[in-house]
Design a protein around this ligand. Structure first.
Ligand SMILES: Cc1cc2nc3c(=O)[nH]c(=O)nc-3n(C[C@H](O)[C@H](O)[C@H](O)COP(=O)(O)OP(=O)(O)OC[C@H]3O[C@@H](n4cnc5c(N)ncnc54)[C@H](O)[C@@H]3O)c2cc1C
Length: 484
């Protein structure tokens, strides 16, 4: 069968590789000059920067994504990753000497003695959730389904809570609650709208100290985060290589503007240059609203699918400053990734974000050093630093192009709280706004990272009402990666 895949981002490449492996003829189209979508690198002078994923979950050896890639003969060179957290008036830094898997619990008990019992209870619950996660990640079989059900029973009563209710159940102090919900800012999500069990699943303790063992009794039971040595675009390169070596074709600098549909069945695609290509199966990625609104046509959908397209919530945007620097930020920060929060009230911050109010760095940002796992991204003796934060797709006052230089100055100034005199050590800088991400992803709006994991809200399903048409990628039903 012939498959036409729209988009050579992570989704299109994985889909294409699977189709090639199954013996199908595959053509992938992408408007960009290189495959990868947001995995592609950004070059600034002698420096290179990552524009998409920082670190990946489930990709370490033996974990589900690594097993999937192994089916294509792809074995990435990974290093375990962790991060520090800066709250407005306390910090969680990976201890210099390893203090065991529960070091955060013990340190938090010292900072929040009134919450000591709650912390013990949370970590008992967390350990149970890690058992659930382990069984969820195993291949489905009657035995594993039973084990999953048994592991879920002790945590079932928490499954009715939102993230906010869950942290309020365990902790009294808002400053402590925010430590566990803070990560939801990455998804532009309000803790009042996210499923409670997402809290332990997005706060893997292994993500705060890469020395916490992933194995118990010789079995790989805990999830970990990893950096890909040489950068995340290595996944795109390896998948593209697999596809083309196995007969697939990737057509770059090529925009698809229409899915051809006859009698409710997808039969091919029309390119922006007017040419047409017939296909037995079409898969589209990118923005759900753009894809179905423009390339497919809403008239081909049923009411149910249309309703999902109207109601699902894509994430907003990012504001990012890449800087080449003449010092090693890892030596100052003690880590290659640092989450710096400026507010304890994530609900208010999310409300502002959705109203188009950019927080100008006040609500928080990330410090990320890509040259840690990819030293070749910077010239000898230099390093790469990315400072970034979630931001509205569309500003309520002014536009990104006009404001970006000023906002970049403010963000770097705030970063100096953790990297003193940073601005005096910058050799090159590049600013990325919502507009740049729209261009890179071929989306008209909300081009950052996927969908907000709003509990009970459906994202566009892979299977569409049009026969032989599939929707894949960051805005499809997997929930932007938060839940499989
Ligand atoms: C700043 C940032 C940080 C992130 N951090 C993480 C992280 O730490 N961990 C993690 O797991 N994930 C992270 N993500 C999310 C992850 O990167 C994305 O979910 C994933 O890479 C998206 O892949 P995709 O193929 O769905 O979309 P994309 O990467 O957007 O690729 C889609 C491609 O399709 C092309 N395209 C679309 N429509 C057409 C058309 N009609 N014709 C031709 N081409 C078309 C686009 O140009 C693009 O190249 C992050 C994302 C961003 C932006």
């Amino acid at each position: 069968m012939k498959y036409c895949v729209i988009g050579a981002g992570l989704a299109g490449l994985v889909f294409g590789a699977m189709a090639v492996k199954d013996g199908h003829e595959v053509v992938i189209y992408d408007k960009n000059p290189v495959p990868g979508g947001v995995l592609a690198l950004c070059e600034v002078g002698d420096y290179r920067f990552e524009q998409g994923p920082l670190l990946m979950c489930d990709l370490l050896p033996g974990e589900p994504m690594s097993n999937l890639l192994a089916e294509f003969g792809i074995h990435l060179d990974l290093m375990r990753a962790d991060r520090n957290v800066e709250m407005p008036d306390y910090s969680m830094h990976r201890p210099e000497q390893y203090e065991g898997p529960y070091w955060r619990r013990e340190r938090l008990k010292q900072l929040f003695p009134d919450d000591a019992a709650g912390l013990d209870a949370y970590y008992r619950f967390y350990d149970r959730m890690m058992r659930v996660r382990y069984h969820l990640n195993r291949k489905l079989s009657p035995g594993s389904t039973l084990a999953l059900a048994a592991s879920f029973l002790p945590v079932a009563r928490y499954a009715r809570m939102t993230a906010q209710e869950l942290v309020e159940h365990f902790f009294k102090d808002q400053k402590l609650q925010a430590l566990y919900t803070g990560i939801l800012a990455d998804y532009c999500a309000d803790p009042r709208e996210v499923w409670g069990l997402a809290v332990p699943l997005t706060n893997l303790e292994t993500g705060f100290d890469d020395r916490i063992p992933l194995e118990k009794n010789g079995k790989h039971v805990l999830g970990g985060f990893g950096y890909i040595r040489g950068g995340c675009q290595k996944i795109a390169e390896a998948l593209a290589d697999y596809i083309t070596k196995n007969g697939g074709v990737i057509k770059l600098n090529t925009v698809v503007d229409r899915v051809l549909i006859e009698n409710g069945t997808a039969v091919g695609v029309r390119l922006a240059n007017g040419s047409q290509e017939k296909a037995d199966v079409v898969a589209g990625s990118g923005s759900g609203r753009d894809f179905f609104g423009n390339a497919v046509g809403m008239e081909h959908l049923d009411d149910g699918y249309r309703r999902i397209l109207e109601t699902y919530r894509p994430m907003e945007a990012v504001f990012m400053v890449h800087a080449g620097v003449d010092f090693d930020p890892v030596k100052v920060l003690g880590t290659a990734l640092c989450y710096c929060y400026g507010s304890y009230d994530l609900s208010k911050a999310t409300e502002r974000l959705r109203a188009g109010q950019y927080h100008d760095g006040e609500d928080g940002f990330l410090l990320f050093i890509p040259s840690y796992h990819a030293p070749e991204f910077a010239p000898d003796g230099k390093h790469c630093l990315t400072v970034y934060t979630v931001a509205p797709d569309t500003l309520c006052d002014g536009d990104w192009e006009a404001k970006k230089e000023l906002y970049a100055d403010h963000l770097l100034e705030k970063a100096e709280r953790y990297l003193p005199d940073l601005r005096q050590h910058i050799t090159v800088r590049k600013i990325m706004t919502a507009a740049d991400y729209r261009e890179m992803t071929h989306m008209r709006k909300s081009s950052f990272g996927g969908t907000v994991p709003v509990w009970h809200q459906k994202n566009p399903p892979h299977k569409t009402p049009v026969k032989n048409l599939w929707f894949i990628g960051q805005q499809s039903e997997n929930g932007g990666g938060l839940w499989r």
